[in-house]
Design a protein. Sequence first.
Length: 310
Amino acid sequence: MRRHTRHALTSTAPPQALYDLAADVGRWPAVFAPSVAAHYLERGELSERFRLWATVGGEVKTWVSRRTLDPLNLRIRFDQEESAAPIASMGGEWIFEVREDGGTDIVLLHDFTAVGDDPDTMDWINAALDRNSPLELAALARIAELGADAGDLVFSFSDTVTLACTAQEAYAFVHRADLWPERLPHVGRVELTEDAAGVQEMEMDTVTADGAAHTTRSLRVCRPGERIAYKQLVPPRLLLGHSGVWEFTDSGAGTGARVTAEHTVVIDPAAVEEVLGAGATVADARRHLREVLGRNSRTTLELADRTTAA
């Protein structure tokens, strides 16, 4: 038996801005509270496949979806190719409808079946959609209504470095974040748990260059030896969202590992002057984040190289 759900929200933002946010799955972990990590498997102009990790019913679940993008009619169709139990199948559609007053009706449709067609399981899936879908709709509206170009507020950047150590050694250094207080000077405390294989929850105390202390909580999805994706559950004051990916490859010819550290952030424009001072702009915040987050990642990798060489 297939069940259908419909969730909707009216936003004052233009439909194109909302569609653009929903269309870019790579930004979802920084934009949507339930999304933890996303990895493209195929990506074309109007169709794509990707693996997504998200919190569902208090657990991190993963599945593979295919989407068809319709930018002309502002619609996105999605169907799971590989679902996570107890979901047997799921599909749906994002629809962005222009209102006469200039706003947008955002509609999110789902259709699904449950393993074994169990009624209690169907109700559990329905309840999970009732929790997550309004959060996703509200996040789209919130960011698109901030009064600045979403392309300025939501952006990604990366650094790639070549190390003397192997990709496996670099991966192990980042993976064992519980040892960071002994290895990284700006890290004071780390609590790391891994209740499900490959999914870590981390709480970390850090000290910035100006002496300010920060506590962050993150979820991390680890693919051994290859990549670690993470999402900050409580981002710092300047940000509404922050996610990232570490990717590890051996560069070949005995030259060590190539490691890319990528960040995706959502700036909170209301916090820019509070954090950076009177007169600071979103452009200043972009430069600040690029410098600070990029430097932290590069410092971590430099120390990984030194530690594995010692």
